[in-house]
Design a protein around this ligand. Sequence first.
Ligand code: SF4
Ligand code: SF4
Length: 433
Amino acid sequence: MAGPTAGKLERQQIDTIVGTLDKKMTRSLKQYMDVCVRCAICKDACHQYVATGDMKYLPARRAELVREIYRKYFTKAGEFLPALFEAREPDENLLDELYDATYACTGCRRCMYYCPFSIDTQWVISAAKAILIACGRGNEMLGQLADAALFKGDNAEMFRDSLLDGWRDIETEVRELTGNPSAEIPVDREGADILYVALAGSHSILPAAVIFNEAGASWTLSFFESANYGFFFGDTEKARLIAKRYMDEALRLGVKEVVITECGHAYRVAEMFYEAWSKEKMPFKVRHILEVIDEYIKDGLITVDRGAITERVTYHDPCQIGRNGGIYDQPRDIVAAIARDFVDMTPNREKQWCCGGGGGIVAIEEFNEMRLASGGKKVEQIRATGATVLACPCENCRLQITELNQMHDLGLRVVPVMELVVDAMPLKGRPER
Ligand code: SF4
Ligand code: SF4
């Protein structure tokens, strides 16, 4: 039978938790700790709470776990009258609850948009992840993937030849498709305007290479991938080191801008977090590939056949690109330029429902059932459009929506936006439509 000390943490562990929270205690976090009025408006904004009705997924409840620690160690009232002020000494149970609340959160920040005080639960979650990692309770799979990325970056030379071989094959395809024997995938090109940071796999490189070559862009492909499991894991230092590889490469090559592929979290890491993490101002700008493609179409640098895509197309705003990245118009302008029948989802833009696949959750098996259930709102939205093509510029969202598509028999083709753009380009190597 469990004794009175069962579940208690050692003093040293408690000190670690309090010290970690103290390091994370910015003015904003303190405000999020102090101002929640428990109106529960956020409950209807969270796709996970809506799908499950489980209190542990209610945004305010997730943050409340951190608040309980905060009140106990950062407020006089909580220190002296813990029961009255709902302050709590962390124990095994609290850490278990915190793990579920934290690693399940997709970081979509839809709750923040609806909260009357704009409480950023995802920000609180990032403090919670730091606490879990400091206690050795970070998610194992995300931690392993982050370490694997660091290993791959540290041993780039080991992978160099096989990467180059793969890229030469893709280059051959680009030449065939464009009918241009000089089309290329440049690597390590000093003085190029653009460093393009892709994901592993031809789907992230081939369409971009076609577009850059057709636009006559001065570009070079990064040796490093944009995916950043250090960010999902919640370890800021690992996330910084993973991004530092391509940032250092951009500095070495002297590019004017870093362009991130169709990947939500990678765009946010590069554009919104890296300079703060590294305490260094980069001498180049960072853009998402869709911002660049939109510019190429509008400036006439690439030609697309207007209305070339004849199926009904809808667009999914990935949370890290739309609500959290502020990119709403460019993808819509691109899709509207090439699709004869574009139908937006309702609601959209900042009110778009999270598909349920962000924040690294697709890599965490224990959340699979909840993750797929949490896509219910997205399924309703997609079905209401009657679309047969879903354009989506984020790999994690595409993985999730592809699974939802199979589960719910939506009859969708789930594609990256740049793939649709290439489909709409009149390319010499492809027979005329
Ligand atoms: S909507 Fe904001 S204030 Fe209301 S319970 Fe949720 S987090 Fe707290
Ligand atoms: S950020 Fe998204 S998943 Fe996380 S609590 Fe808020 S609405 Fe739910």
